[in-house]
Design a binder for this molecule. Structure first.
Ligand SMILES: C[S@@+](CC[C@H](N)C(=O)[O-])C[C@H]1O[C@@H](n2cnc3c(N)ncnc32)[C@H](O)[C@@H]1O
Length: 310
């Protein structure tokens, strides 16, 4: 099985690409993050303006600016967790995330109009760089998921499912004025129009096996990120690996190239690495990139940890 995956991955290797995860080799360090190349720099150029991103590489840069430099249809899938635009509301403890870390960063602060424009711009670029009928998974909460859904509808994208991530151990609501918010959503989109969408990847049997032999539902009861996943530093909205592995397993195949343009601490990328998918991450914050790099490298140093189911 491992040999088959290796063969498949090796076939379409590019010059300069970092070897994908290989169970046979003892320790293969993850490449240091690189600055996203400017259009004038040559990095395996396919056209005058569009470059081929390297697999298993972290890029430091702005999501939109970086995506705009990349060639069309280069990824099999995108799994991403964009800013939720909730920072301005944060005064005390954050309810939405997995530990008592508040979101008050500039990266999460937009006016409603700016947020719509920002979201539409990067989503269009994701659609251009992901193959036709490739999967796009986008995280959100009730604050932003309707905006993202409306934009997807405007772009005539097929929404396959809305997955509910239910957190059994969500933080209590300290105001006691409302229900305790304990869910986030993941929009599962097929990169094609409502009419033409077809043959998207869905690993039905893997999902069923994970659910004890019963069809997997779209309500996923998964605890928030455990402390052991934060040993390399804290990111305010770090997603649990168990959730990310389930998404990767659900909508991608071994050897696929999966992109996360808001990589944060690298949870999508780590899940891909563990499950033998190639990954490409973009993040503009150097500190978060550092955490992602340490997590990925540590994973490789320790070799594989037990995979799903957990
Ligand atoms: C919701 S967090 C992603 C967290 C990630 N899923 C994890 O598990 O660590 C969004 C990330 O996007 C980054 N970000 C925000 N705006 C960006 C932009 N325009 N370009 C690239 N990264 C951006 C932030 O620094 C933040 O780390």
């Amino acid at each position: 099985m491992v040999a088959m995956a290796k063969e498949r991955v090796a076939r379409d290797f590019q010059p300069g690409e970092v070897e994908p995860f290989d169970l046979q080799t003892p320790y293969e360090p993850v490449a240091e993050p690189v600055r996203a190349p400017r259009p004038s720099q040559s990095l395996a150029p396919r056209t005058a303006t569009h470059l081929t991103p390297l697999s298993n590489q972290l890029y430091e840069g702005d999501a939109l600016g970086t995506l705009q430099q990349w060639e069309d249809k280069t990824f099999h899938a995108c799994i991403t967790d964009p800013p939720y635009n909730i920072a301005r509301d944060r005064k005390g403890l954050s309810w939405a995330f997995s530990s008592h870390v508040t979101i008050d960063s500039e990266w999460d602060r937009y006016s409603p109009e700016e947020y719509e424009q920002f979201t539409a711009s990067w989503l269009k670029e994701v659609c251009r760089t992901v193959k036709e009928n490739g999967n796009i998974f986008i995280f959100g909460s009730y604050h932003n998921i309707y905006t993202i859904g409306a934009i997807a509808a405007r772009l005539d994208l097929r929404v396959i499912n809305s997955i509910i991530w239910a957190k059994p151990n969500a933080q209590p609501n300290i105001t006691c004025r409302m229900l305790t918010e304990s869910t986030e959503q993941v929009l599962w989109i097929c990169n094609n129009s409502n009419k033409k969408a077809k043959n998207w990847t869905f690993n039905y049997d893997d999902m069923k096996a994970l659910n004890g032999g019963k069809q997997m539902r779209n309500f996923w009861d998964i605890p928030v990120t455990p402390a052991r996943e934060r040993v390399h530093g804290k990111h305010p909205s770090q997603k649990p690996l168990r959730l990310m592995e389930r998404l990767v397993l659900c909508g991608t195949n071994r050897g696929d190239r999966v992109m996360d343009c808001f990589a944060g601490s690298g949870s999508t990328l780590l899940a891909c690495d563990r499950l033998d998918r190639r990954w490409v991450g973009v993040e503009r914050d150097a500190e978060y990139l550092g955490i992602a790099h340490k997590r990925l490298d540590d994973e490789r140093r320790q070799r594989r940890l037990p995979l799903l189911p957990r």
